[in-house]
Structure formats: structure tokens, C-alpha cells
Design a protein around this ligand. Structure first.
Ligand code: TYM
Length: 349
């Protein structure tokens, strides 16, 4: 039985640490825009991959609380969780994610997994404790996507490789067993769908050659959604730029300045061209940073006020409803995969 008819747009944000402005702009904002534009026509799944949250060491005493907090962040970002096509849920509350992962594992090669850039980077940082979870992380992500027949998966640039591997695993499985999974769109189509010309990668404020990362130990490198506006303003004002002395939008030569121009455009709702027309060619980095800092401060003030108005009770009631519904869809896909590999009998007809 096919339980779902509308195509699905899906994304997840881990609850390993406080989300950053990079997560907000890379994943929350496109999802909220998608919901405003397409709910009714598409189903919108926004979930917390809590099982993905400890592939590298974390403080487990705060995981459960952080998971709920992340879900509140989706709502504060503007996701309308009362819309009948919007579903918010926790990965670990729907066991089909873990079960499909095992099946997919047996159709995924260690060679392709060991080529994943994020695995290589993170296993370098945590070389004393590289876990199977870190290695297997993209397969669980593939299960997250395939269980709900998701077509579009708005993510930042750092996750593109994982989307491509999801397509490879699903295509391989379908070639062997027939049309079991919906293949998500390729990354170029995905970025076109969310109306961006390429993947977003908000840069670290202290080393703009790297992405702003929530798991970085360098507090000054990231704006957290829980930072006070004053803390955030300070971080922007001391952000690393360059010694060129003129503002240009060029990630090759001026990644710090360019990332700030991008933040300014995304937070003020102005196009990149409009923002660039105002600032490119100017030489006062201090004045420019002040404008970015003001935009970040205003954003955090409004965002945190919305966050404070969401109660735990309201959230839990919605989660339970959503998780029941999503388990039905996930179990239907899991059953198709189990039947394909011979774990369950095929229903004739
Ligand atoms: P996570 O939790 O590390 O990041 C959540 C989202 O934020 C994006 N992002 C950024 N975008 C722009 N600039 C940045 N500096 C930046 N940093 C992070 C990420 O690309 C991501 O979209 N594996 C995923 C979570 C996940 C998932 C899924 C996503 C698990 N299953 C299924 C989509 C579909 C992750 O670790 O994201």
C-alpha cells in the first residue's frame, strides 16, 4: 500500500551541538522557504537525526534536551508545524531508519565510504577514536532520505557528497531489485529547486578557508543560534578578513569578506547583487562589519523571542502525531526493501 502521494522535501539537522548561523542559512531557511512555497503540493519533512549526533564524541547528558531544542529551532525559524503537509520528528523514534541502514550497508562498498571527504576530515580530527558510526554515517543518511521517497533534500554544500552516495546506493539497489526507492534529484537540480546557484558554505569567522562548523572548539569561529546578540556582534566585528583593503565578492581571494556579504544578503532578504552594489569597492571594513553585525544582532533578537514562545507540551504533542504518521510511511518502504532482499514474503498480485 502506498501511503504517501505527494512528493517529499526533506532535511535534518543533527543535535550534537548548538546549531550555527551556517546551519540556519544552509538548512533551516531553505526548508522554511520551501514550506511557504510548496506545502500543499509537497510534503515537508524536517527531522532531527539524533542517531547521527554522536558519530563523534559528545556530552550525552545534553543530547535529549538538545534534540527537543533543535525541533523548537525549526519552529522559531518559521516552519508551520500545524500545516497538514509538514512533519517534524526524531530519527531514533522511528526504528525503520536503523533497520534499513543495515540492509543498505550490505549493498555499499567500504571503498566508496572511505572516499567520503567528511569521513576523511573528521577521522583526522578524532584519530584516536574513529568509530564505525562515523564511517557508516552516510548510509544512515541514505536511509533517512529513501524511507520517505524524498525527491528534494535541501542541505549545505558539505552534504552534497552524501546526497550523491545516496543516489548511487539507491540506483544500485533498484538495478538489482526493481523500482524500490525513489532516487533523489541530483545536487544541481536540488540547488536549482531551492533557487540557489550553488551550494551554500558559510565560512568560519576565524579561518574563512573552512566552513563555519558547530563542532569546532573555536568559539569565535561560529555564531550560535543561542549566542546573545552582543556576543554575536563581537564575533562579527573581530572576524578574520584580509589585507586587500577593498571589499569584493570573490571567495577565491577574499573568502572572509565574501562570506560576510553573503550573510548580509541572506539575513536582510536582499539579493546578493543589491548587497554587493552597496558595498563592493568600498574600503571601510569596520563600517561594513558593523552593518553585518547589526543584521546578525537583529536576527538573533527576533529569533530568540520566537523561540521563547514555544512550549515543550505543544512540541511533544505535535511530535507524537508526526512520528506515528512517519513510521507508517517508513515501514512501508522498509517492507518493500525487506521483500526485495528476501526477508519478507512478496505479496502476490
Ligand atoms: P549537520 O547537522 O552537520 O548540518 C545541518 C545542515 O546545515 C548545513 N550546514 C551549512 N550550510 C552552510 N554553511 C555552513 N557553514 C554549514 N554548516 C552546516 C549542512 O549542510 C546541513 O544541511 N548529515 C547531516 C544531517 C542529516 C541529513 C539527513 C540531512 C542526517 N540525515 C538526511 C539531510 C537529509 C549533517 O550532519 O548535517
Amino acid at each position: 500500500m502506498e501511503l504517501m502521494t505527494k512528493p517529499t522535501i526533506l532535511t535534518g539537522v543533527r543535535s550534537n551541538e548548538e546549531p550555527t548561523l551556517g546551519n540556519f542559512l544552509g538548512a533551516f531557511v531553505p526548508m522554511v522557504e520551501m514550506q511557504k512555497k510548496y506545502a500543499g503540493e509537497y510534503q515537508i519533512n524536517m527531522f532531527v537525526p539524533d542517531l547521527h549526533s554522536f558519530t563523534t564524541p559528545i556530552d550525552h547528558t545534553t543530547l535529549y534536551k538538545n534534540t527537543l531544542k533543535n525541533l523548537k529551532y525549526f519552529i522559531a525559524a518559521g516552519l508551520d508545524i500545524n500545516h497538514p503537509d509538514v512533519f517534524v520528528y526524531r530519527q531514533s523514534y522511528i526504528p525503520a531508519h536503523s533497520e534499513l541502514t543495515w540492509i543498505l550497508d550490505c549493498f555499499t562498498y567500504t571503498g566508496e565510504m572511505s572516499r567520503m571527504t567528511q569521513f576523511k576530515e573528521k577521522s583526522g580530527e578524532h584519530s584516536e577514536s574513529v568509530t564505525m558510526g562515523l564511517f557508516n554515517y552516510p548510509v544512515l543518511m541514505a536511509a533517512d532520505i529513501l524511507l520517505y521517497n524524498a525527491k528534494y533534500v535541501p542541505v549545505g554544500e558539505d552534504q552534497f557528497q552524501h546526497l550523491e552516495i545516496t543516489r548511487d546506493i539507491a540506483t544500485r539497489f533498484n538495478n538489482k531489485f526493481g523500482e524500490i526507492f525513489t532516487i533523489p534529484a541530483d545536487t544541481k537540480t536540488q540547488t536549482g529547486f531551492i533557487e540557489r546557484d550553488k551550494g551554500l558554505r558559510i565560512r568560519s569567522l576565524t579561518d574563512p578557508s573552512k566552513k563555519m562548523s558547530k563542532s569546532s572548539n573555536d568559539e569565535k569561529s561560529k555564531i550560535l543560534l543561542s549566542d546573545t546578540p552582543e556576543q554575536a556582534v563581537k564575533k562579527i566585528m573581530s572576524a578574520t578578513t584580509d589585507s586587500i583593503g577593498e571589499i569584493n565578492f570573490d571567495f577565491e581571494t577574499q573568502p572572509g569578506i565574501s562570506s560576510l556579504l553573503q550573510i548580509l544578503s541572506l539575513l536582510t532578504g536582499r539579493t546578493q547583487e543589491e548587497v554587493n552594489a552597496e558595498w563592493v569597492g568600498k574600503t571601510q571594513y569596520g563600517e561594513f562589519k558593523r552593518a553585518v553585525a547589526d543584521a546578525v544582532g537583529t536576527f538573533l533578537t527576533d529569533f530568540q523571542a520566537r523561540l521563547a514562545s514555544i512550549s515543550d507540551e505543544q512540541l511533544i504533542a505535535i511530535l507524537e502525531h508526526s512520528e506515528r504518521r512517519m513510521a507508517e510511511t517508513a515501514n512501508a518502504t522498509l517492507l518493500r526493501a525487506q521483500q526485495a532482499v528476501g526477508l519478507r514474503p512478496k505479496v502476490e498480485g
